[in-house]
Design a protein around this ligand. Structure first.
Ligand code: ZN
Length: 161
């Protein structure tokens, strides 16, 4: 494992498209996305490619599903009796936080509703998809001690305390 002794705070713009070429998201025209290297704020495959870039660089980065939001895991799809849900009024497409069992909250979305049961899917909506990012590095700087101890970037586009 390579340890980066001087992590950077990187701001970048991106346009995200899926394997079908559909545009899913773009930050161009809005605030750039900012992250602290090594903190797990962005998907691993993207961070790995950005490591080699500096301010002003543009690059098209294709990240396979496994290094993006992971493969679709069938066991993450579960059918729950309606009475076990915190609220009764659910519809296909609803998202909510569920207890992942390890104390962490996990975002799940509803994929099916019947008279008695609701099917919820804990896979990320982009799981199983190869993603392409067109990135442009807006700025980079060395992380401050405070950011390193907090494990996230501060300032516009980052954490505000
Ligand atoms: Zn902080």
């Amino acid at each position: 494992m390579v340890v980066n002794l001087n992590p950077r705070v990187v701001s970048f713009h991106y346009t995200l498209t899926n394997a079908k070429g559909e545009k899913l998201e773009s930050s161009f025209g809005n605030e750039p996305l900012m992250f602290l290297e090594g903190s797990g704020q962005i998907i691993p495959g993207l961070e790995e490619a950005i490591k080699a870039l500096k301010t002003g660089d543009k690059k098209t980065i294709t990240v396979p599903a496994a290094e993006a939001y992971g493969e679709v895991e069938p066991e993450m799809v579960v059918e729950v009796p309606k009475e076990k849900l915190p609220k009764k009024d659910v519809a296909v497409g609803d998202q909510f936080h569920a207890d992942a069992g390890d104390g962490h909250a996990q975002v799940v979305h509803v994929t099916k509703v019947t008279e008695t049961h609701v099917t919820i899917d804990g896979n990320h909506p982009l799981a199983g998809q190869d993603l392409t990012f067109e990135v442009e590095i807006d700025s980079t700087r060395e992380a401050t001690q405070e950011e390193l101890s907090h494990g996230h970037a501060h300032g516009p586009g980052g954490h505000n305390h």
